[in-house]
Design a protein around this ligand. Sequence first.
Ligand code: IVH
Length: 703
Amino acid sequence: MYQEEQVKQLLATSLEWLKAIGSAALAEKLGTETNQLRNILRFHEYRYYNQNDPIISDTEYDQLYKLLEQYEKLHPETITPDSPTQRVGKGLIKDFPKVQHLVPMLSLENSYDADDLLDWDRKAREGSGLPVIEYCVEPKFDGASISLIYENDLFTRGATRGDGVTGDEITINTKQIKSLPLSAIFGEWGIQQIEIRGEVLMNKNNFKAYNEGLMEEGLPPLANPRNAAAGSLRIKDTAVVGKRNLEAFLYHVSYLAADTTATNTRKMPSTHSGMIEMLWSLGFKSPKNEIRVLKGIDQVIAYVQDFEMKRDALPYEIDGMVIKVNDLALQEKLGMTSHHPRWAIAFKFKARQASSQLLEVEYQVGRTGAVTPVAKIAPVNVGGVTVSSISIHNEEYIKEKNLLLGDHILIERAGDVIPQIVKSFPELRKGAEKSIQFPTSCPVCDHPLFKTADEAVWRCTNINCRAQVIERIIHFVSKDAMDIRSFGDANVRKFYEMGFLKDIPGIYQLPFDQIRQLEGFGGKSIQNLQLAIEASKTQPLHRIIYGLGIRYVGETTAKTLANAVDHLLDFSRFSIEELQALEDVGIKVANSIQAFFSDAENLTLLKKLEALGIGLKNEMKEFHPDAALVGKTFLFTGTLTRLKRSEAEEKVELNGGKILGGVSSKLDYLVVGEEAGSKLEKAKKIATINIISEEEFIKMLPS
Ligand code: IVH
């Protein structure tokens, strides 16, 4: 889309704008060159969202964006409909009106194996009279389909698929997909109006983060990214849609109207792959790098089968491949049925859904006392993994999914997502099914269960409940907390049941003489456990905080908290306001932290830990002023040989440095391991980044 020369020019212009901020000349520059500023912002959005390759930092982009926003506020008459500020909607959407697609959105015929494809190819060859057909093969993106209309170069309408003939108008929400241009120069191609089809996705990383957020709120996670994408498009608060980080691939032009007055226009492509190229060159995220043009069905079969094996390595979910006749004239000739085109077919991958039966429900008590129902189901293989139990989250979820004991159910295991129940089949009930009776007392200690009005979760409020105590200890020793490696879940349970371990401080007072007598605890394993426990005493403060399992305090908040004090017990003197002043600490989190540190039992526990030699001081903070890496930013790429990636990152943080998420002009050091890839290439283009080896990095650390 942007040529090399243009990229240089746009970057130089961006830097000029950044430099002008705060200068006396800025006001005039803004007034006369507003469109240049808009173009620069579009360019950086393209680099970030379409190419995944930003060349200025997020803060720099924000500065430029704010500049335009402020100017437009003062001069609203200058706002253009495709200004980068125009993605934001105002207020809540009332409803999504029904709109008719210019051309009905058809489905695809499905195929499941080589024979199906051979059959389909034979028909296509017969229909065309050709001995061999050229196909374009692309991923079948597993999201929500959308239809976009552009008129006279401007984006005018976005709609869901609906029933294929009419869909819901979701124009404002569609604008939240930042890779979609609000305008494109279709005029150059002699196009006055165009309808484009594509798929909206939530990528695996964003989906994982989204589900984690839901679970932290005590809400059930979604079964798959497809539901997350489809649901997000129908949210009535546009700002929330924007936060979902949706992406879209545009893969089909369904309707074109020529601009009859246009002259000297570019020649329209005659192939599907050519159309994909055209969309790409117009600034759309089309699957240009994902498609493959192949001659004859044999090559196609080999390619799609091979692709299925790589499915898990993709950053987004796909549920198969789509094979399309590449020649558009031939597509026309083959035509369509009322249901699907004859020139395309989907090759479906192994299903990640399977049906099973709900046999019984067990209840687990977590470290916060939350009682989670777990469905025991008839074991079933889903995408290569046998599933026999599934969390069903809470009482409300059981109602929502309409679950009865004995029900037939559909389950799904999307990628590396934990399996979920998609739905039950009430229509298959025989009458012997039984309702699920949620317990009223703790299944472990029999204490009555309690539920607050704003939560869906029932809790055991007996702080000494055996299950809670064990789970709290398991969490404290876990990898992301104190990382006491030889201390698996099984040992915690065993030592607890034998009376050797009653609480967290007990970890540091284990009667090793007695444990040594137990079967399976030979000299070596005991020694390893003792060493690991000893080593954990000097873990950084944020790991202790995380290990305490304070509600709503995840690893990130734990780091923020650790940096805010000299000693952990200082928090007992923090006000709610002081807590809320910390990064990303809202009222809910602040309340939870304060409740923890005003509880006498918790303070006693912390003092006990300190007396046992566990450091509660913020060593890092004392280290800070002259720490080796203070104020420096780092990123690691490739395989490190001497340190583990997590160890190296921890060393950076321990010495006052910061880890960045990607290569940008904010980065000071890129540490390059073996087989480094695109990050290295990108860093080479930014002169201010120091590219160093692992050895050089280690030398920077204090010995
Ligand atoms: S082409 C007229 N290409 O799959 C042909 N569809 O099961 C229109 N899909 O409704 C469809 N990836 O939502 C096409 N690369 C791709 C696709 C794709 C995903 C979806 C699309 C369609 C559904 C049919």
